[in-house]
Ligand binder design. Structure first.
Ligand code: SF4
Length: 327
């Protein structure tokens, strides 16, 4: 591992200043992804700004919804009474992620900022435009079974690995950030980026900006929800594909719906057209089949991930069936 400086500010402004002035610095909280990347030489920050002393771990009612501090651990959020009562889809997604030990360390902010698990990104002997812009993409012609079927570019076909982020995208969350130019709010669906020509950028955060919290509006999605994760083993594995489904049902009719997929794109993939289709329809398997067909309309596969074209619609249908039965 390279040598690096380490600072542990106790004030938010000091943390932001430390990063704003130094483009080679990184915030660190749980460190469950960043430390791995540093050990492998994939990332080499010259300075780590440890933010664990900042008071950013509250989970509270705020602005007609729930505000979750960026430093709240994944375990704390998934077991919180308010979260279980108001946003059970988020709790399910968090419990599907990683292992219990990792969830104890990992934070909400860090979960959103974790890097792709593309094998070529972690292998410094291979070309990777995300790790080293302009070097090429090892996955395009390589082993690409975990890779994207939506929104990719000829520069990068990686997927975002977070389960939590798929639920937050579905639930219309907003990310609160604070930076050298003040505070701002970013709709969750605009927080992560598609790769385009700049796959090295995962998010729309600006230099020095710190995630302080996530807001989730209260809604009717407190009962009929399901997070379905398909993976290669029962625990401690990233999603090959996942679906976050939330329904507001009234006597078997869908009043409102939220749907997003994970493991299919460089960002959590919200399924707006399928959601619109579902509203006003009966909650039946035939309705779900038609919604899944709409959701998958623009999907395109590579050599090793064509299975996702079938797994995708099947998972959407199953997640919607499970959500319907959940109450
Ligand atoms: Fe790198 Fe993206 Fe290609 Fe993977 S898919 S090798 S992360 S550029």
């Amino acid at each position: 591992m390279n040598q690096f400086q380490y600072v542990r500010p106790t004030k938010q402004k000091a943390a932001i200043d430390a990063l704003a002035k130094d483009t080679s610095a990184q915030f660190i909280a749980g460190g469950t992804n960043l430390v791995d990347l540093m050990k492998r030489g994939v990332m080499s920050p010259q300075k780590l700004v440890d933010i664990n002393k900042l008071p950013l771990n509250k989970i509270e009612k705020e602005n007609g919804g729930l505000r979750i501090g960026a430093l709240a651990s994944n375990t704390a959020v998934s077991e919180d009474k308010l979260v279980l009562e108001k946003q059970p889809l988020l709790a399910q997604a968090l419990k599907a992620g990683a292992s219990a030990q990792l969830r104890n360390m990992a934070t909400v902010g860090g979960n959103m900022l974790q890097r792709t698990r593309c094998y070529y990104f972690y292998d410094t002997a291979m070309p990777c435009n995300k790790r080293e812009p302009g070097s090429g993409c090892g996955a395009l012609e390589g082993i690409n079974r975990m890779h994207a079927i939506f929104g990719f570019s000829d520069k990068c076909i990686a997927v975002h690995p977070s389960d939590m982020s798929v639920a937050l995208a579905a639930l219309d969350a907003t990310v609160l950030v604070s930076g050298p130019r003040g505070d701002r709010r970013i709709p969750f669906v605009e927080f992560h980026r598609l790769p385009g020509d700049t796959p090295q950028k995962d998010t729309n955060l600006e230099q020095g900006e710190l995630i302080t919290a996530v807001d989730i509006p209260d809604g009717p999605f407190t009962k009929n929800v399901h997070y379905l994760k398909v993976r290669e083993r029962a625990s401690y594995a990233f999603a090959l594909l996942s679906v976050a489904a939330a329904l507001h049902l009234d006597n078997g009719t869908i009043k409102d719906a939220r749907l997003a997929m994970g493991g299919v794109a460089h960002k959590p993939w919200r399924l707006n057209e399928a959601e619109k289709f579902l509203v006003g329809k009966p909650a039946t398997e035939e309705t779900f089949r038609q919604a899944a067909a709409i959701a998958m309309r623009d999907a395109k596969a590579f050599k090793h991930n064509a299975y996702k074209l079938k797994l995708g619609p099947n998972s959407i249908i199953q997640a919607l069936k499970n959500a319907t039965a959940a109450a």
